[in-house]
Write a protein that binds this ligand. Structure first.
Ligand code: SF4
Length: 204
């Protein structure tokens, strides 16, 4: 049950702090996101720079980049996703712990970027796994990744624990794993996960 803001403010003036289970739950999760130690191309250099002393992503609770998907709950897809790598990215996502999140970092990860017309490059990782935050740019600077991280924290903070709007990981019907594409004769099979991705409608 939500606490009325006026009452909460009045109580805090008297030294009584109030909260809800949902706020505590989301507060804990949003301040302890564990990213996976994983990068694909030049954007990964910016991601690495974000963790160094100058930008210090550790300030946001994402202190340690985990070397195993089993210990990570955030995958930052940083770089060009070639069709050769796409199955591996999906497999890593499937192996991550729930609740798990995806940041697609850079023009390549969100759309194929400068290699969009290449026969060997995926036109966006959201064709196979659900992306929470997209970061445009080639490459996005560390500040952009920090901004995306803060947006993700805001998203986690607002997630209801119950009801129709609850997130995928709390929905018994919600998928936690997605089909790993295979190498077909001419392209990846399937070319996209049709249950989670719809081609954009182009209005001319
Ligand atoms: S978006 Fe630009 S910087 Fe990032 S991986 Fe692609 S080409 Fe490299």
């Amino acid at each position: 049950m939500a606490i009325e803001e006026g009452l909460r403010s009045e109580l805090s003036k008297q030294g009584v702090l109030t909260t809800t289970l949902q706020e505590i739950y989301n507060w804990g999760r949003r301040n302890s996101v564990w990213p996976m130690q994983f990068g694909l191309a030049c954007c990964a250099i910016e991601m690495i720079a974000t963790t160094m002393a100058r930008h210090d992503l550790a300030r946001f609770g994402a202190e340690v980049f985990r070397p195993s998907p089993r210990q990570a709950d955030l995958i930052i897809v940083s770089g060009t996703v070639t069709k050769k790598m796409a199955p591996q990215v999906v497999r890593l996502y499937n192996q991550m712990a729930e609740p798990k999140y995806v940041i697609a970092m850079g023009a390549c990860a969100i759309s194929g970027g400068p290699f969009k017309q290449g026969y060997n490059v995926l036109k966006g990782i959201d064709r196979y796994i659900p992306v929470d935050v997209h970061i445009p740019g080639c490459p996005p600077r560390p500040e952009a990744l920090i901004h995306a991280f803060m947006l993700l924290q805001r998203k986690i903070a607002g997630q209801p624990l119950t009801g129709a709007n609850r997130p995928r990981h709390l929905d018994p019907e919600g998928a936690g794993e997605f089909p790993v594409p295979e190498f077909g004769e001419h392209d990846l099979v399937p070319p996209a996960n049709r249950t989670g991705w719809r081609p954009p409608v182009v209005v001319r």
